[in-house]
Design a protein around this ligand. Structure first.
Ligand SMILES: Cc1ncc(COP(=O)(O)O)c(C=O)c1O
Length: 437
């Protein structure tokens, strides 16, 4: 028994499933999650002393790799000054200025998780419009916010049903769930319910059903449709923000096409590996938040000085060179993955949004959640475990992006390339495919 096996058994006695966020438990791929003891640059080291090239990067935040010396220095200095005061601080103002300089928002409010960011953005949208209905897309994840843990109802324009026990029907009774990239479905719900819709929320480029890029012009169409009906367009960039590119996904479409979301949400990279997230938008909308306005929102640790220091250090170091590096390393890995899977005869498609990408083990293209659900889970599990054996820690789920960092140098990339052919053969040898439909 490895130490990870022992720890997993021990953890399960006091923590449900042995983990504090479900995907970490390896349920989708089987086996035991590795307990990580330390991380540096592109590498994770587990409690048994095994080293892995990390393609999870904490599910997105670690844009600069682990334990970046400059971020560490800033964080250590912040910790030495005390870790939380519950008063305004300088780093939170500087981080707000840095975000406003990069993203199309005039003001931001900090929170501690992406879930809080989307939850608060929706409250603000409802407060601003005086309306109650929220539109989202199937396969887009916005955190575990009750009204967003919703599945489509029986017809396109019918209200949603709870996506998990514990969410009351009343919480999803004001949510409409649509297929992604489907303009006709969007038109229909706005025709049927337009005067009740407070906001439409979407991942700026979905990464939580694997990477499913918006069709050309789709986000702009959503922004225009919302505007035409007096609803707010909420672009969730918790994953893509400062990750898909320097200005997130918006830099790849909105900045080019000339539109802005009404509200945006951020997390992951902007916290530099600490619990920090934010929502933001036009000054007059953000002015509706308490204490300036009537919409209540608060948090004991919001804008925490250590977290905002880490985020600020990370964003200041996230120069164009970082994104160029992610693009180049990603291109190399994508090409080698396609070559290996093709040589082994495994159907697949690789999709990207800026520097983010994911590998679907299904014939493409994947344009929505239904397409994504065709991915071969058995083949992915075999692929995942072969990569892990060869020293590469992929996301333990077939529906996640593979994350890189500026610390993924030639040696780390080469380890991935060396592991791919064997993993592709393992995927090909997996028993007949199973998908999750
Ligand atoms: C797009 C998106 N929004 C919101 C969230 C929720 O963020 P958190 O896990 O910090 O609550 C996530 C988390 O993965 C996400 O990817």
């Amino acid at each position: 028994m490895s130490r990870s096996d022992e720890l997993f058994e021990r953890a399960k006695r006091t923590i449900p499933g042995g983990v504090n966020s479900p995907v970490r438990a390896f349920n989708a791929v089987g086996g035991t999650p590795r307990f990580i003891e330390s991380a540096r640059g592109a590498y994770l080291t587990d409690v048994d002393g095994n080293e892995y090239v990390d393609l999870i990067c904490s599910w997105g935040p670690m844009l600069l790799g682990h334990a970046h010396p400059e971020v560490q220095r800033e964080v250590a200095a912040a910790v030495a000054r005390g870790t939380s005061y519950g008063t305004p601080t300088v780093p939170e103002v500087e981080l707000a200025e840095e975000i406003v300089a990069r993203a199309p928002v005039e003001r931001v409010r900090f929170v501690s998780s992406g879930t809080e960011a989307t939850m608060s953005a929706i409250r603000l949208a409802r407060g601003a419009t005086g309306r109650d209905v929220v539109v989202k897309f199937a396969g887009c994840y916005h955190g575990h916010v009750d009204p967003l843990l919703a599945s489509a109802g029986s017809g396109l324009a019918t209200f949603a049903v709870p996506g998990t026990p514990g969410v009351p029907e009343s919480s999803t009774a004001l949510t409409l769930v649509l297929p992604y990239n489907d303009r006709a479905a969007v038109d229909k719900v706005f025709t049927d319910h337009g005067d009740r819709i407070a906001c439409l929320i979407t991942e700026a480029a979905p990464g939580n059903m694997g990477v499913v890029p918006p069709d050309a012009g789709f986000n702009g169409f959503l922004a225009a449709t919302c505007a035409a009906h007096g609803a707010l367009f909420v672009s969730d960039e918790v994953m893509t923000g400062f990750r898909a590119g320097r200005q997130g996904q918006w830099g790849l479409d909105g900045a080019v096409e000339g539109w802005r979301p009404d509200l945006m949400t951020f997390g992951k990279v902007m916290g530099g590996g600490f619990p920090a997230a934010a929502f933001g938008g036009r000054a007059e909308l953000m002015a509706l938040l308490s204490p300036e306005g009537p919409v209540y929102q608060a948090g004991t640790l919001s804008g925490n000085p250590v977290a905002t220091t880490a985020g600020l250090a990370t964003l200041r170091l996230a120069t164009d060179d970082v994104y160029a590096h992610l693009t180049a390393a990603g291109d190399t890995i994508k090409a080698a993955t396609t070559a290996a899977l093709s040589a082994a005869g495994v159907p697949h498609v690789i999709q990207s949004a800026g520097t983010m990408f994911s590998v679907f083990l299904t014939e493409g293209p994947v344009r929505d959640f239904d397409d994504a659900s065709r991915t071969d889970l058995t083949a992915y599990a075999a692929f995942f475990h072969a990569m892990l054996e060869a020293g590469v820690y992929l996301p333990p789920s077939a529906y996640e992006a593979w994350f890189l960092s500026s610390a993924h140098d030639d040696r780390a990339v080469q380890t991935v390339l060396d592991a791919l052919p064997g993993a592709a053969r393992a995927a090909a040898a997996a028993p007949a495919g199973e998908d999750r439909r």
